[in-house]
Design a protein around this ligand. Sequence first.
Ligand code: GAR
Length: 208
Amino acid sequence: MKKIAVLVSGGGTNLQALINAQSRGEIVNGEISIVISSSPMVYALERAQKAGIPSYVLDRKQYPSSQAMTVALVDKLKELSIDLVVMAGFMTIVTKELFEVYENAVINIHPALIPSFAGPGCYGLHVHEKALAYGVKVSGATVHFVTEECDGGPIILQGTVDVLPDDTPESLQRRIMEQCEWKLLPQAVSLFCQNRLKVEGRTVRILP
Ligand code: GAR
């Protein structure tokens, strides 16, 4: 059974999707061992508590640098013998110390079709504002392995939605969450836990 750490910074709807998938038995060979939050005041922590999952706060403000916070994060992950790190709306920069220990074992969900609307400054609602301003007709979500390059790691799964004429950033965000993020993230986590993801350069092969 693989031990999973879910990293959060906000409302935690993707965490909830993982918790729900786990309770339906859809995270095959994996179990959420801990929820780690970058802030003490987020609703995601309540979701963890309601589900009976231990949580831990790693407050970025308590550390002098992103590197110092990352080293503390890696220490905690190692202490708990975590196998998979899932960034589910985690909005804090991490540094190479994480990937040195967890190579191809950190997964992120991004609310756009990478490489569009990705990279530094593209997070949360801003992503959907940029997509609408650009006038795209489809958008979606991407689950990918995390590397040192922001939003640049190998893509695991992608899903699309149509952009509708009257969409606001909020309505587009909600449709992408419902139709893509909350399905793709648990699927990718389950595939990882079954050792069914094989990274070949930039391509992730999904084994039968
Ligand atoms: C989600 O839409 C997630 O894709 C996005 O933040 C939101 C978090 O919502 N992540 C990023 O933008 C990362 N670059 P949640 O806290 O309800 O899961």
